[in-house]
Design a protein around this ligand. Structure first.
Ligand code: FAD
Length: 317
């Protein structure tokens, strides 16, 4: 079976759940091979958990300054891995960084690029969401090795224990002049909630929440469900909630098991970031709100009455 290269998203100690999803997707096309970019020793630390999720080999692209640059080391590493293996495809997560890596890699390899993949099959046919979610299309790459950016949450992570060999990739020295260097890192305020793109439940508030204080109802419901909090752009622009929680075309893309939209109308740009959620529940006081046309479950009512009832119900279980 040919290798399918998967770019590993990690914090140096732990592998991000989205990577396990990529490994599950890669197994449909061949043998998943993990590409770890990081400081020396990272691949060895991550190998066991990658092997438990089906990575048959781990390509280590390590250097002392790999973590100081934005996407360049990952692009270099994947290019090297592609040139040194007969890989069938490259999969990355369709995060902000992942999309940039995928675009740059495809340009370097003169290869076809498919973004926002939500499904793929063994022949390389990919289902993708295009034009901000207006269409779902099936595509395949006709030139070069397919570079595929997969939406986080589109695949289920699967345990599939295998033996993974480790192989070193000789990462070329990074030319600082040609790369964006990270000068400082500021951690987002830590909390007990799961990350927005990793969560199995996301509860989002929109302009209907009517203020920063109103987001307390959103947070309480999210906490009762063990979920993450999201926001529409209108809520973020109005200063109700911080920007890093924005869901949509110009925010984060989420695909949880359950997405709850509170006081969100359902503009196409918002739908672009959440419409692949497994189940969508919308609460809106306007029966004509477009989100109710997409939602699996719609409640026409005041969110300040409906959401606390849901929270109490969940807390009682
Ligand atoms: P509104 O459209 O104002 O809807 C508020 C809803 O709340 C209404 O349906 C109303 O009936 C309901 N409501 C009010 N009070 C209550 C109540 N008490 N109980 C229940 N329901 C109530 N938007 C995004 O979200 N994400 C993006 O990434 C994004 N990117 C964009 C990119 C571009 C280039 C552009 C042009 C726009 C983008 N937008 C994005 C903005 C988008 O077009 C909408 O303006 C935005 O999504 C609207 O947010 P909203 O649904 O919260 O507000």
């Amino acid at each position: 079976m040919p290798e399918v290269l998967v770019l590993v998203d990690h914090d140096g100690e732990h592998v991000n759940k989205a990577t396990y999803e990529l490994l599950a997707a890669a197994r449909r096309m061949g043998d998943p091979a993990a590409v770890v970019v990081g400081t020396p020793g990272t691949a060895t630390r991550l190998r066991e958990s990658l092997a438990r999720h089906g990575a048959t080999s781990v390509h280590a692209a390590e250097s002392t300054d790999a973590a100081e640059f934005l996407v360049t080391p990952a692009v270099d590493a994947l290019e090297l891995a592609v040139r040194e293996t007969a890989a069938a495809a490259v999969l990355v997560s369709a995060t902000t960084d992942g999309r940039e890596v995928a675009g740059r890699l495809a340009a370097r390899l003169d290869a076809g690029l498919l973004v926002d993949a939500v499904d793929l099959d063994s022949s390389g046919v990919v289902t993708q969401i295009v034009f901000g979610g207006s269409y779902t299309v099936r595509s395949h790459v006709t030139h070069g090795i397919p570079v595929i950016a997969v939406r986080p949450g589109a695949f289920e992570p699967e345990e599939h224990p295998v033996e993974a060999g480790e192989r070193k990739l000789a990462l070329p020295p990074i030319a600082p002049a040609a790369s964006a260097r990270i000068t400082a890192r500021r951690a987002a305020p830590a909390g007990d909630r799961p990350g927005l793109t990793e969560a199995t439940v996301v509860v989002s508030g929109g302009r209907g929440v009517a203020g920063a204080d109103g987001f307390k109802v959103v947070e309480e419901l999210a906490d009762a469900l063990g979920g993450a909090v999201g926001a529409s752009r209108a809520a973020v622009d109005a200063g109700y909630y911080p920007h890093q929680y924005q869901v949509g075309q110009t925010g984060k893309t989420v695909s949880p098991q359950l997405y709850i939209a509170l006081g969100i109308s359902g503009a196409i740009q918002h739908l672009a970031g959440m419409q692949t959620s497994r189940t969508i529940l919308a609460v809106n006081k306007d029966p004509e709100a477009p989100i109710l046309g997409l939602a699996d479950y719609g409640v026409v009512g005041d969110l300040f009455s409906v959401a606390p009832q849901l929270t109490r119900e969940m807390a009682a279980r």
